[in-house]
Design a protein around this ligand. Structure first.
Ligand SMILES: [Zn+2]
Length: 132
């Protein structure tokens, strides 16, 4: 019972959708007109959480001045979020490269030591053969 209640009350944050043709964020109503039992979305464009569940909820909410302003600025916000996200990827990649480089240098040093040890052995072997 509790589990079922938790499922029906789970909320999703509403975000405008990117239109690749107009290259703008647009409001899309995520349910069909007249449908029931839809997912509840929360839009916080006005500074408080507004629950949106029916087609009519979305339709009337999208005409609000604060929502229109939120949608028009959403691209700028997302651009900033994207910059932060890409910077995090760059930092992670750089760190991964540094780790790989350090590992590579360690392996190279190990190989060099082996090479010099082998060279030394050959030299000693040659000296022993000369004595024979
Ligand atoms: Zn809104």
């Amino acid at each position: 019972m509790i589990y079922k209640m938790a499922l029906t009350t789970s909320l999703v944050v509403y975000t405008p959708s990117w239109n690749t043709e107009t290259e703008k964020y647009e409001d899309l109503i995520p349910c069909v007109k007249g449908s029931r039992g839809n997912q509840t979305y929360i839009c916080s464009c006005s500074g408080e959480d507004i629950a949106l569940k029916t087609y009519t909820n979305f339709e009337s909410h999208f005409t609000r001045k604060c929502h229109k302003l939120f949608r028009s600025r959403y691209g700028e916000v997302m651009r900033d979020v994207e910059i932060v996200r890409l910077n995090a990827i760059i930092v992670a990649d750089r760190r991964e490269m540094q780790i790989a480089q350090a590992k590579h240098e360690k392996e190279m040093a190990k190989l060099k030591r082996k090479y010099h040890a082998l060279k030394q052995l050959r030299k000693e072997e040659n000296m022993l053969q000369e004595v024979d």
